[in-house]
Design a protein around this ligand. Structure first.
Ligand SMILES: [Zn+2]
Length: 431
């Protein structure tokens, strides 16, 4: 069980950074797709690959019962153990060392009879993959059914004490988002991170009976638009109106991601907020992101959208002016300080006062709004249709089922992996 204080701290973290740091959003100039067809192989789609650690010099993995280690990709058995064990794994120039023996492999996969594996003291469902990175370190991936994955997401991404219909809405949103990423990133070694860059995932150790119920009661439900899956973004508090995804990131316009009025999150303590920065503080923080300016004298919101969020800010200084995308300014100043881009700026001497609304990017479902709607008696279907207009809940089992597969069919691709790995490196540096 968790105390409310701990919850509020945990709960506070994810939505601030959620999506903002996702490496490809930043590194790729291409406009990303906002919808995908549901693949034929729905069973394969339901297995998500979540990176737990990116650059480990070594790792010890605990198998709590009899276990098997196989080469990955590939299916050759390396070790079969008849009892619980701690498996010490480290990269070597010629392969991977497992309990003192070096195998000429680039990856391995561990399962145990109890269908649970432990990494760094935390329990995870199903299987763990360990892959050797091009730079020689290890990436640790949990290969897990999406329903089990969600049970390790919801206690962090929502408060299990909230009304059940709000939790159910969160379960559908988190499931849809994860499966969208599973399609989008299917050629990469893993499809999701386990931190604020995607959705925070802590595995089996943090499961809670109330959030588990919300996952089970909505099992298989995803949001679709005209039969296609789309990225169901969410955030803490919109501050009065949600906004368009395509004005926040390089993503195609989508009819269900255009923003709606939301008077329902007024109970959130972040509905309105105020924060202050000195001019020198802002200059220092901008310099850390490569923008060296001096004599800062004004910050002006530019191209303000219907929700009140600007696309960018003009930073006026003694050497001229700098135009920064709104989200870049937020990340530079600290997303826990500048909680959203919906701000008005007041200057008093050398102090800049930000009068703001909401917490998070403002796209998709407003969680405090969803909570209020659930308190007012609305069902999760109503809440989702409200925040994602014209969307439809579909059950994954309605879609055609392809033949059974083996996990070894999820081959990692070297060159693509390198690309992902580079993205991860810049991501880690940003944090
Ligand atoms: Zn709201």
């Amino acid at each position: 069980m968790f105390s409310p204080t701990i919850f509020s701290m945990r709960f506070a973290w994810f939505f601030v950074l959620f999506i903002s740091f996702w490496p490809w959003e930043k590194d790729q100039n291409q406009v990303k797709k906002s919808s995908f067809e549901i693949p034929q192989d729905v069973q394969l789609l339901k297995v998500v690959r979540v990176a737990l650690f990116y650059e480990e010099p070594k790792i010890v993995i605990h198998a709590p019962s009899s276990y098997e280690v196989k080469e990955f990709p590939g299916n050759k058995t390396l070790v079969q153990g008849q009892a619980s064990a701690d498996l010490a794994i480290r990269p070597e120039a010629s392969g991977i060392q497992l309990d003192g023996t070096v195998y000429p492999i680039s990856g391995l996969r561990i399962t145990s009879q109890s269908k649970e594996v432990q990494v760094a003291g935390k329990k995870y469902h199903n299987a763990i993959q360990v892959l050797k990175n091009p730079a020689g370190s290890l990436t640790i991936i949990n290969e897990v059914d999406v329903e089990d994955y969600l049970k390790g997401v919801l206690p962090w991404e929502a408060n299990p004490q909230w009304p059940v219909e709000a939790l159910k809405a969160q379960a559908v949103v988190s499931r849809t988002y994860a499966l969208f990423k599973n399609i989008e990133n299917k050629d990469f070694s893993f499809t999701l991170g386990s931190d604020v860059g995607s959705q925070v995932y802590k595995g089996k150790s943090i499961e809670h009976s109330l959030s588990n119920q919300a996952v089970e009661k909505t099992s298989g439900e995803i949001l679709t638009y005209h039969g296609k899956i789309f990225p169901t973004f969410f955030h803490s508090t919109c501050g009065g109106r949600t906004t368009r995804a395509d004005t926040q990131w390089k993503i195609h316009e989508h009819p269900s991601l255009k923003g709606v009025e939301c008077p329902f999150c007024q109970g959130s303590k972040y509905f309105s907020w105020k924060t202050e920065f000195s001019a020198s503080e802002i200059q220092k923080l901008l310099a850390k992101k490569g923008h060296s300016i001096s004599g800062l004298h004004d910050i002006v919101p530019k191209d303000v959208d219907i929700s009140g969020r600007p696309h960018s800010f003009t930073i006026k200084h003694s050497g001229g002016s700098l135009v920064l995308p709104a989200n870049d300014l937020r990340l530079a100043l600290g997303p826990d300080q500048m909680r959203s881009t919906m701000i008005q700026v007041e200057k008093k001497g050398e102090t800049f006062i930000f009068w703001g609304h909401g917490w998070g990017h403002g796209v998709g479902m407003c969680q405090f709004g969803a909570k209020r709607l659930a308190e007012l008696g609305y069902k999760h279907q109503d809440i989702l249709r409200y925040y994602f207009p014209d969307s439809e809940i579909r059950d994954l089992d309605e879609f055609p089922q392809a033949a059974a597969h083996t996990s070894a069919s999820t081959q990692s691709k070297g060159n693509v992996f390198n690309r992902w790995y580079q993205g991860v490196k810049s991501y880690v540096e940003d944090l």
